[in-house]
Design a protein around this ligand. Sequence first.
Ligand SMILES: [Zn+2]
Length: 418
Amino acid sequence: MMARQQWSRRAVLGGACACAFHARAGAADARIHPAAMTALAPVGFRPTERDERGMWQSCERLEEEIAGSNLLLPSPAFQRYAKQVVDRLVGDRAGETRVYVVHDPDFNASMFPTGMMLVNTGLLARMRDEAQFASILGHECGHYLRRHSLSRWRDTKAKTGVMAFVQAGASVGAGITAGAGGAGANWMDLANAINASLVLSILSYSREHEREADAYGVKLIEEAGYPPEAAAMVWEQLIAERKASAAGRRKKYRDRSLSALSTHPASALRLADLSVSGRELRDIVVTGRRYDAQKARWDAAVAPLRADLLAEQVRLNDPGASLYLVHAMAADGWTGLLRYNEGEVYRLRDEAGDAQRAATSYAAAIGHADAPAEAWRAHGYALLKQGRGEEGKAALGRYLAERPGANDAGMIRFSINQ
Ligand SMILES: [Zn+2]
């Protein structure tokens, strides 16, 4: 029995991910043309070799656990929507892919050799339209269609020995409860708990694989009728957010992908390649296709999740990044929800002047019809602090009226009766 291997969550996710900021620039990093990307995976492929079957069993066991765990975003409607977007991209391969949206504030997605795709809630928080969302899913489908994990697995197998992989597949039966995902848990913990961590090593794709997946993703979204520039837009936003995050911590922005150990192409290079590929498809592919970013469809799908997605980001207490996200969403118009979260970022940051900034945001929030009840509570306490007792109590009363059964109702009543 081999020793259980522990993988650093960041390291593996960085590898697995569509958009990890890890990589090294180099002369060998030539752009891959989207048109050169064709599927290597035969339709309906199932492994026949014993050891590869073991790897699949591991992935399937992990999938069973994830499908029954509380890591899943509890929104059947959005889970269905995500799958529909993938189906639009892969056409006749739709039957081979499953999508699971999981709670995790990091920007990430991963693809397994069996056709299981994981998408983080942190990714949803950052997409502006369906085309951007599709560009990430398309990148992940690219890994699948090019069978990247297979070649990765063959590489690793050659180094590690076949038996280790057979055992990794055979030893996943120990079982953990389906509710393993408590606070702070994620699917990596789940994978470790069922000893599928060795399998996860195949998800740390090489730089070449990332470039192929990028190119394939652009091709897939263009064919599905999304503007091919969407993928580059995602990278532009990510780099801008990273810069805002660094500035918020008074640090200089550094592309973490510029590390010798990294397996991912540098962010700036990926952005440049994706921009060229996007423009190239629009100029060269004369298909007469009309592109639509499907923003209205995206907004409708994500609207019921918006409050939770924002709260998940704000809780990270990365004020530069959170303010960037809030202000980016406000480009479509301010809402009570956005103003409330802006206030929460200031309140958590708690620097000189932030209490006043937060109070201003809360006051703006309650001016919108969609202001969440929590905005009334926050506004009420801000007023009390300013010595505006009657107004503050009225605002707290409004909170109670909207949330009569709130956990803190007793405390709020106490504040009102002071
Ligand atoms: Zn990738």
